[in-house]
Design a protein around this ligand. Structure first.
Ligand SMILES: [Zn+2]
Ligand SMILES: [Zn+2]
Length: 391
């Protein structure tokens, strides 16, 4: 009798302690809705519980549960989604939801029609019919999402401090742009249009650590607004003003000399095309003659040179036409060929990734790196954003 009373009491205490330990984690966590395979028109897909368990709901009613490595198949059936497992046919519903039973639950997705690569995700999944296909939305803790984005956009074996930089950029971007897909019924897509996200971070152990150690930190400008944290692969030695590339001035996206990226893999490049291709282009675009773009290599970094050409948008259209790494280039006129001699990779606005990696290797911390590339910014905790705004 005595023991019988003690047992539940201990359980209750343990539950309470677990609750207290988890409380800060959950109260800090923000959830984000990401459209998966957003441009692939999925008609049939398999979903497999990878870690933990999931409850499946059809139009809000619990229909089943799946545990470790159990799977279901979802298939479009006129305006509904039919769900079946190996042994059961669960019927068809307008909205199907899989809710992970713990924070660490993960599931795998693999498109059957069309075929897609298998990818693993955290937390929850919502399926419904949208524009004749299955719309898949990952309802995911923002920190889990950030880890996936950092892995997709940076790759392996980078310095820890650089992963922290990218975590803060990706978190800030997600929160500043969460209305982008409001019309479709989710917040961000999983492609370059928003941020590339191919499921959770699983190949680089430092990434989840970097996400946790910067949990909730975002970048704001001098008006305490979340910034558009633009970045590119290598600026070529000098970042660009936002207004010179996108025609709108932005207080924190200012040109600055960057000596950290000069040894980066994409610091310099050349590309050769035939003279006849150039002549064809010149006629089609009514572009200035070749001589206008010619110059010494030192002119690449000379802003008056690029300003002259920018007014006509010529550099951007040449870059697009000949698939060049950047718009920082001069052209050498050789007998039968035209040689582009250039620097950098990408638009060059905001943070320069190869420069930031080198700064991290030289033991600058994430705050110093972000403050180097973004002018007049502050790092704050997301939870205090409203507090600072009200003051
Ligand atoms: Zn998008
Ligand atoms: Zn750079």
């Amino acid at each position: 009798m005595y023991i019988g009373h003690r047992q539940p009491m201990i359980n209750r205490i343990i539950t309470f302690v677990i609750f207290l330990v988890l409380l800060p984690l959950y109260s800090n966590s923000q959830v984000i809705e990401v459209g998966l395979f957003a441009y692939k028109n999925i008609k049939k897909i398999t979903i497999v519980s990878q870690t933990g368990a999931f409850t499946i709901y059809g139009d809000g009613v619990r229909i089943s549960e799946i545990y470790n490595l159990e799977g279901i198949r979802a298939e479009i059936q006129s305006d509904k989604i039919a769900i079946r497992s190996m042994n059961n046919d669960f019927g068809a519903y307008k909205v199907v939801e899989l809710r992970g039973l713990t924070e660490t639950s993960t599931f795998n997705l693999k498109g059957i029609q069309p075929h897609t690569k298998e990818q693993e995700y955290h937390n929850h999944l919502r399926l419904k019919v949208y524009a004749g296909s299955i719309q898949l939305v990952n309802i995911v803790n923002i920190e889990n999402y950030v880890g996936g984005v950092v892995e997709a956009e940076t790759g392996k074996e980078r310095p820890f401090e650089f992963y922290k930089v990218q975590s803060i950029i990706s978190r800030t971007y997600a929160l500043a742009n969460f209305r982008r897909h409001e019309d479709e019924g989710y917040q961000l897509c999983d492609e370059v249009h928003c941020q590339v996200y191919h499921g959770l971070s699983k190949y680089e152990a430092l990434i989840p650590k970097a996400v946790i150690s910067t949990q909730g930190i975002v970048i704001v400008d001098s008006d305490i607004e979340l910034i558009t944290a633009a970045f590119s692969s290598n600026c070529g030695g000098k970042t660009r003003n936002a207004e010179d590339v996108w025609s709108k001035e932005v207080s924190y996206l200012k040109a600055r000399t960057d000596s950290f990226c000069l040894e980066g893999a994409h610091a310099k490049w050349t590309k050769t095309i035939s003279k006849s291709d150039w002549i064809k282009y010149e006629k089609l675009e009514e572009s200035p003659p070749l001589q206008a773009y010619s110059g010494s290599e030192s002119m690449i970094m000379d802003d008056s040179y690029s300003e002259f050409l920018y007014q006509k948008n010529d550099l951007i259209s040449i870059r697009r036409k000949f698939n060049l790494n950047s718009t920082r280039f001069v052209i050498e006129d050789q007998k039968d060929h035209v040689v582009f001699v250039g620097r950098g990779f990408g638009h060059g606005v905001g943070l320069c990734q190869e420069g930031a990696i080198h700064m991290a290797e030289k033991e600058y911390n994430y705050k110093e790196i972000l403050e180097f590339y973004y002018t007049d910014i502050h790092l704050i905790q997301l939870s205090s954003l409203n507090f600072f705004k009200d003051n």
